[in-house]
Design a protein around this ligand. Structure first.
Ligand code: 5RP
Length: 226
């Protein structure tokens, strides 16, 4: 990761952090861009801003707690004020692919519970059309073969995600199939098709959750609205 790219991630994260106001319940994303958000919100909390947060992954929960942000369990909440999270790809309509970090299931639940969701990214994530990055599909381990076959029927080429040579497991102990689809797929239609496959617990196509995005390139932050 170049320093410039890190600077852009920080700039996007700081712009979104400005939208957090007193008393909010904030959904904290997962990944290297979200790490800048956590650091900034911790700084603002030390300066007196009172917020509570929910985490989209165990890694984020640990990082936020260590930074001094109060994390509350998500299971008793029906809604939150604002979710802020990174993306792997984002298009002009704020549709995105997420899940390179494996947290897409919780990220989508938290995003859906949020009154507003803001994506944060450096300029490398901006695309004209989604689909260069694979779409991560979280799968109940026993359904892996079945789901891979169903994905193939949709034209997808699925590869099981590995970590250190072993099957990768999400925070929910599920498997991940990273799936490349033929260029030009329609994101909303594919999102529905993926969700309908029995054994699919979640996937990384975000087609209606993101309301706006802060994207920083060469130090300049641009705001995209859906
Ligand atoms: C994790 C995610 C991340 O938000 C996404 O992968 C972006 O990560 P980074 O900010 O490190 O590039 O979806 O599941």
């Amino acid at each position: 990761m170049s320093r410039d790219q890190d600077d852009d991630k920080r700039a996007a994260a700081w712009a979104a952090a400005e939208e957090v106001t007193e008393g909010m319940i904030v959904g904290l994303g997962t990944g290297s861009t979200a790490a800048f958000l956590i650091a900034r919100l911790a700084e603002r909390a030390r300066a007196g801003l009172r917020i509570i947060a929910v985490a989209t992954s165990l890694a984020t929960e640990r990082a936020a707690t260590a930074a001094g942000i109060t994390i509350v369990p998500f299971d008793a909440l029906a809604a939150i004020d604002l979710a802020i999270d990174g993306v792997d790809e984002i298009d002009a309509q704020c549709r995105a692919i997420k899940g390179a970090g494996g947290a897409m299931l919780r990220e989508k639940i938290v995003a859906s519970a949020a009154r507003r969701m803001i994506a944060i990214a450096d300029g490398s994530k901006r695309v004209a059309r989604l689909g260069v990055a694979p779409v991560p599909v979280e799968v109940l381990p026993l359904a892996r073969g079945f789901v891979a076959a169903q994905l193939a029927m949709l034209g997808g080429e699925a590869t099981q995600r590995l970590r250190d040579g072993l099957a990768y497991r999400t925070d929910q102990d599920n498997a991940v199939l990273d799936c490349v689809f033929p260029a030009g797929f329609e994101p909303a239609a594919l999102s529905t098709q993926l969700s309908e496959i029995p054994g699919v617990m979640g996937h990384g196509l975000f087609v209606g959750e993101i309301d706006c995005a802060y994207i920083a390139a060469a130090g300049v932050v641009t705001r995209l609205d859906r």
